[in-house]
Design a protein around this ligand. Structure first.
Ligand SMILES: Cc1ncc(COP(=O)(O)O)c(C=O)c1O
Length: 384
């Protein structure tokens, strides 16, 4: 038989998450690698979901998403950021942010286009670029600050560049880009007539009273940006896979064309529950932020007793830590040793880089973990 693998599939490497999770299970490790909570979301959200399914909200939702959820998204975007989206023509509910990213990149990239990704990146940007037949061009966010370099960005743009992908707050560095950094990206997008894909799934997971700046709110960016977010992160229910994309009617139409044939519609009772949840955002967020800020502080403080140096995140539930300068091991060997010898799983971030070797000098930790798990994980890291 001929190889069933297309070049597109061949180009995509197996995910590090599957490898590390298998090792974590085998060694019964404390898992600080996986990027999701090991505790449940709030009970009132579960009740809203159960109420929706008991009320018979169990058949296909409309292709763009239920009206109640699209309207709730439009309401919170206006309340939080004064951004106005038309619920009919500009908001599409997707199977998590993952599907929104896939549908957007497939819809808006041509074979041969170049896409600018900031590395370290969230892994689906790189894979989706390849699946769309485009070429990812990486611009490194260099440690210790992980700032966007306007010069490096300008140098990466060519006549074939079509899209810039921005993730803010940023996984894995925990950076929240400043207004100046975002303005520099917007200036390039305007000057070179580029689309921006802005992944804002951690928009509410922000610390020390910092507030998120949506990319579409920058001058001239509303109609050239596809903004993607997800209720999974904000409400601690990643398994429900309810995300959404917000964009001008023209861009939305393109995104919906892929969405229609990729998933068509997203789970209906979950959408009703999420519409209710988004309407409670303001009363919910203080507790949510305090919960994660305490976890971040616990990890940051605990690591002071270790040889690892924390890059303290401003948002998200990830923390990058640098290995000691004299470490003879790179990130992959170190992560393997930690899981097999200390029974603590972490992610080696070099897999999120293409240009730079900097990833080999760090590890990525996730602190979306119950206090007991986090305490145990910290004590195992302190011994290394
Ligand atoms: C930056 C980023 N974007 C998108 C996603 C995927 O979100 P969802 O679970 O809603 O598909 C994740 C999940 O970890 C993420 O970290």
């Amino acid at each position: 038989m001929r190889s069933p693998l297309t070049r597109r599939i061949d180009a995509i490497e197996p995910s590090i998450f599957a490898t590390m999770s298998a090792l974590a299970a085998k060694h019964r490790a404390v898992n600080l690698g996986q990027g999701f909570p090991d505790f449940d979301g709030p009970p009132w959200i579960m009740e809203a979901f159960t109420a929706a399914l008991r009320a018979g909200k169990n058949q296909y939702a409309p292709m763009p998403g239920t009206r109640v959820l699209r309207e709730a998204v439009a309401r919170y975007q206006q309340r939080s950021y004064d951004l106005r989206w038309d619920a009919d023509a500009e908001i599409t509910v997707t199977a998590g942010a993952t599907e929104a990213l896939f549908s957007t990149m497939l819809a808006l990239l041509e074979e041969g286009d170049e896409v600018i990704l900031f590395e370290p990146w969230y892994d689906s940007y790189y894979a989706n670029s390849l699946l769309a037949g485009a070429t990812p061009v990486c611009v490194t966010l260099r440690k210790p600050d992980f700032r966007i370099s306007a010069d490096a960005l300008a140098a990466a743009v060519t006549d074939r560049t079509r899209m810039i992908v921005v993730n803010n707050p940023h996984n894995p560095t925990g950076r929240m880009f400043t207004r100046d950094e975002l303005d520099a990206v917007a200036a390039v997008a305007r000057d070179r007539d580029l689309i921006v894909l802005s992944d804002e799934v951690y928009e509410f997971l922000t610390f020390d009273d910092r507030r998120h700046i949506p990319f579409a709110s920058l001058p001239g960016m509303r109609d050239r940006t596809v903004t993607i977010s997800s209720t999974g992160k904000t409400f601690g229910v990643t398994g429900w896979k309810i995300g959404y994309a917000m964009a001008s009617a023209q861009l939305t139409e393109a995104v919906r064309t892929v969405h229609q044939f990729a998933t068509f519609a997203v789970n209906t009772p979950g959408q009703h529950a999420m519409a209710h949840a988004l309407d409670q955002l303001e009363s919910y967020l203080p507790e949510f932020r305090a919960l994660y800020e305490n976890k971040r502080n616990m990890l940051r403080d605990g690591l002071q007793e270790s040889t690892l140096r924390a890059h303290v995140p401003e948002g998200t539930y990830f923390m990058m830590v640098s290995l000691p300068d004299d470490s003879v091991m790179g990130d992959v060997d170190c992560a393997r040793r930690l899981v097999t010898e200390r029974q603590v799983a972490v992610i080696p971030p070099s897999v999120f880089y293409r240009n730079s070797e900097e990833g080999t000098t760090m590890l990525r930790l996730c602190f979306a973990k119950a206090e007991q798990t986090l305490r145990e994980g910290i004590s195992r890291l302190q011994r290394c």
